[in-house]
Design a protein around this ligand. Structure first.
Ligand SMILES: [Fe+2]
Length: 244
């Protein structure tokens, strides 16, 4: 099947099936394997030449190109009607490869600073239970409520500092209460959502590696104030830690 499904996830995200040929996915994974020794950041994240070249390759696919144009146009309309602003910045490409030794990168519930996120899974971990799948939360914030967003950002900053097992318990509890949904990510499909307003995170992986290319469009510019708040918290925390 090649097409779009909104399905049971409602307005949380759109899934486009079988967009990227598996041959292309294999080529991208082989490229990562071939250059593994060149980069292995602790957080598994790279805004790299490689991520840019992967996105360029994907855009040679007419189907991918058509979907990206369509969702960008929809995001542009959303920005003009909801945020009351023009958005035109270039996309940000991130390649994220996360293994079992990067627990610190999982169960980090967050919002994106960009209003359009296109997720292209390249590889999931072989453990069916904890394979790095995407979790989408039902909670959608109001993009134009500055105070509420600062409070949310402050809470999430606090939550990100909690030990891994507590973050996992919190996220699992939300999942069991249907406050969030697990999105089965399959290489070949692409997943599109508004990460600016929709809370989301990834499961951890117990074996192997999750690899995802993430294409962000249109930085909404809402996080400048929140960034300075979290930076102040971080400085205060470091200062207090230094006093002990
Ligand atoms: Fe995100």
């Amino acid at each position: 099947m090649n097409g779009k499904q909104e399905g049971p996830h409602g307005s949380l995200l759109d899934i486009y099936f079988n967009v990227v040929p598996l041959k292309v996915i294999e080529t991208l994974n082989a490229t990562i394997d071939g250059t593994r020794h060149d980069w292995s950041p602790a957080d598994g994240r790279r805004e790299s030449v490689m991520a840019n070249s992967f996105a360029t390759l994907l855009r040679e696919n007419a189907c991918f190109q058509a979907i990206e144009s369509q969702v960008c146009a929809a995001a542009d309309t959303w920005a003009r009607t909801v945020l009351k602003r023009e958005v035109s910045d270039k996309p940000l490409h991130v390649l994220r490869c996360v293994g079992p030794d990067a627990d610190s990168q999982s169960y980090l519930r967050h919002f994106d600073s960009h209003l359009l996120t296109i997720l292209v899974p390249l590889q999931l971990a072989p453990d069916g239970e904890r394979n790095g799948d995407l979790i989408m939360h039902a909670f959608q914030r109001k993009a134009n409520s500055t105070i509420a967003n600062l409070l949310t950002k402050s809470y999430l900053f606090f939550e990100h500092g909690l030990p891994f097992f507590i973050r996992r318990v919190l996220a699992t509890r939300d999942l069991s209460r249907a406050h969030s949904q697990r999105i089965e990510c399959s290489p070949g499909n692409i997943y599109v959502f508004n990460g600016l307003i929709t809370l989301h995170h990834n499961l951890d992986v117990t074996v192997g590696e999750r690899r995802m290319l993430i294409i962000h469009h249109y930085d909404a510019g809402l996080t400048a104030g929140a960034r300075s708040v979290t930076r102040s918290f971080r400085l205060l925390r470091d200062r207090l830690a230094g006093m002990v």
